[in-house]
Design a protein around this ligand. Structure first.
Ligand SMILES: [Ca+2]
Length: 392
């Protein structure tokens, strides 16, 4: 962890220190909790400084069975600043940011405003991987939206020969039948270490529901918590990593992103001598498509210790898209819901890999080889729509 310079804060009075968690009795309670956690195989790797609450950065290995695990990291409640400044949006739509001037993509970010995540939660260290999703499917028999009769997913077209901006803009992604999370139409094997893609919002939530039931049945689910998608506010708070508001979690400088994230950089497409035409990151990140989750190690993890929040694959969150901006509390609509995705992807220009970027996807059953997800372990979210077979 990088030490952060703070302004001196007023010393609290003795009474306000009650519950601050340094008394012997609290330590004894924590010691007992740690023993209980160890007995249940929860695998805490650091201690807790506050009674009843893990310290920031505490990790837990969730056993998915079959030798597959999923790591979550504790993020305490806190305040942050949501949104982006006009200056930031101007950069994102400029040459360096790589967006097309005049587009409305940045409008839904909204101006900076204070927001609060009221309850701590455990965030997936990484995007859910192919291996983790495969484990879910093997145990549950789940059929993803793209694999259902008539289903399709959006994948890269290997015949694509570039944008022809003066005649016709032909997009490299096309709707395809017969493709899915098992085969996203890469020109290379879909390894277990890659983030899973071509999964819909429905599929992502089914994974969470399976994991919640699995952990509850095993007696390992902490009281009052469930596995689910993070809310949009939880995602942005987690993405910013406890730092002051900036373009990226490390600051405002794109150049400091080298070695930290996978975006559209100068990497050759598989089997071809060309790079993405919008390769605005002036370095090679090693991959023209997906990279293994947490590929960049410590340098790719933010102040909360979570990896690939910017870049990698877009991450679908729990909220439905509100074109007016993200909400502090989860936001849902009944008519034509469009789940929100955050964080940009391996194909995206730098302007799209900022902490504040948000898009609404087409529908809850839509999937794409640029979109994946990350889970969290947190309190149930009021108003969350029931999913198919969801008895909650
Ligand atoms: Ca990501």
């Amino acid at each position: 962890m990088i030490a952060v310079m703070r302004r001196p804060e007023p010393q609290p009075t003795t009474s306000s220190r009650i519950g601050a968690g340094r008394s012997p009795s609290c330590a004894a309670v924590f010691s007992a909790l740690t023993s209980i956690a160890a007995a249940f195989g929860l695998g805490f790797t650091t201690g807790a400084a506050h009674c009843g609450e893990p310290v920031q950065g505490t990790t837990k290995q969730v056993d998915l069975g079959g030798g597959v695990t999923l790591e979550v990291v504790y993020i305490p409640p806190g305040d942050f600043v949501m949104g982006s400044t006009a200056e930031e949006r101007a950069w994102a739509t400029g040459i360096e940011g790589g967006a097309t001037p005049g587009t409305s993509r940045e409008t839904p970010e909204g101006d900076p405003r204070p927001a609060r995540v009221k309850h701590g939660f455990w965030m997936g260290r990484t995007e859910v991987s192919v291996g983790q999703f495969r484990r879910f499917v093997e145990e549950s028999g789940y059929v993803s939206d793209a694999e259902k009769p008539g289903g399709w997913t959006q994948c890269f077209d290997p015949e694509w020969d570039g944008y022809h901006l003066t005649t016709e803009v032909t997009h490299p992604w096309k709707a395809m039948h017969g493709k899915s999370w098992r085969d996203p139409n890469w020109a290379f094997p879909n390894e277990d270490v890659y983030p899973v893609v071509c999964v819909s919002w429905n599929d992502d939530r089914a994974f969470c529901k399976w994991l919640t039931k699995r952990e509850r049945d095993a007696g390992r689910l902490p009281d009052g918590l469930e596995y689910r998608l993070p809310t949009e506010a939880e995602w942005e708070y987690a993405c910013r990593g406890g730092r002051p508001r900036a373009f990226f979690w490390w600051g405002n400088e794109l150049e400091e992103g080298e070695g930290r994230l996978n975006i559209s950089a100068i990497d050759f497409l598989p089997g071809r001598k060309k790079t993405w035409p919008l390769a605005k990151a002036p370095w090679s990140d090693g991959y023209s498509f997906v990279s293994p989750v947490d590929h960049y190690g410590e340098k790719g993890r933010n102040g909360f210790g979570v990896a690939d929040m910017c870049g990698g694959v877009w991450e679908l969150v729990l909220d439905h898209f509100d074109p007016q901006g993200a909400h502090e509390e989860a936001y849902f609509v009944e008519k034509d819901p469009r789940p929100v995705c955050r964080g940009g992807n391996y194909f995206d220009v730098p302007g799209n890999a900022r902490c504040a970027v948000r898009l609404g996807i087409r529908s809850p059953d839509y999937s794409d080889s640029r979109d994946g997800f990350r889970i969290c372990l947190g309190r149930p979210v009021p108003g969350e729509p029931a999913s198919e077979g969801n008895t909650r």
